[in-house]
Design a protein around this ligand. Sequence first.
Ligand code: PMP
Length: 406
Amino acid sequence: MDNFDVAKIRKDFPELERTVHEKPLIYLDNAASTLKCTPVIEALNLHYSHEAANIHRGVHYLSEMGTVKYEETRKCIQKLINSENDYQVIFTKGTTESLNLIASTYARKFLKKGDQILLSTLEHHSNIVPWQMVAEEVGAEVVEIPVNDLGEIDQDAYKNLLNDRVAIVSTNHISNSLGTINPIKEMIKLAHEAGAIYVVDAAQSISHEKIDVQDLDCDFLAFSSHKMFGPTGVGVLYGKEELLNKMPPYQGGGDMIDVVTFEKTTYNGLPHKFEAGTPHIAGVIALKAAVDYIQSIGLNKIKAWEHELLEYATKKLSEIEGLTIIGTAKEKTSVISFTIDGAHPHDIGTLLDRQGIAVRTGHHCTQPLMKRFNIPATTRASFSVYNTKEEVDALVAGIIKTKEFL
Ligand code: PMP
């Protein structure tokens, strides 16, 4: 990409200047969490050093200013995902909490005995376990949508599994383990035709793909700030207004109430009904800085650069003898999971770490997917906008060295 200045972008991520084991850091664990850009760090710093106060309950200057900034992030997320209203954007701790919120409010209230919840083999544990917990409670059934050998959701199997017992379909948009981009728009349409609602786990896609909840017509969508250069401990749940309104509250406490008496409590409206207690104020405020930063580069440019890195890395890694890439979907984002004959991923990860290269090894919170491919674990390199082809070369050299050592 000629007009892409990755060196300039790297300057926005101070952690890239550090060393690990006396080697320059090569950070290839972006699917787990991205590094933080200077505007995010500055927003956190500003809040804690000059503007710290609780929001929503104060008439004093700092409380009012904090409230305005907190609500500005909500509007910013509304625009980012094209939500109909800002109050359909609920702040949570992250994708995990967003999914748990839907499972323990919507699903617990509306699922009936015998209903089915369809989930794909590609799902992260946080999009499996909350559904299993509620299914057990209400007598519903969790049904797996299989994937093919490329790591794509089997669309024929999906169509066959849809029937009038299916109440909820929940899948990720992009798989954290394999990078598969799922055709969620078509899958949502099919779910609706079968009378089910569709939950999108957008943890991996929010910083790689343009998301328009109205165009997708998804019923719920969840993502985490820390995978888009923002702080940890902050996430988003988007929901259709009609559904959010009929759901019971998630947690009880301050802010989510209207009137409390010992006889009866009435609840606040959206979004506060789902935001009990003091939230991660600084984190939410800094999330806006992350979104502004992404938009200052442009999602299209980010996507194009990451795709170039993916193609380059796929070609280079494929040339290594004994290395098998797991997940070769036609539509893929910048995640490469692989195994190496005769080498355990844990050892590969540890030896790469000694060379300053951070990759993730293990089951990536997707044990059913590992089982599908008959492997206990993979080594995963995941690229972000600040990674370079030189870093890919270093990864390849590091793997070759590691292989020789093992
Ligand atoms: N879903 C997917 C696809 C993910 O990649 C992750 C994070 N690895 C999660 C859910 C859970 O996100 P968090 O830990 O931020 O709640």
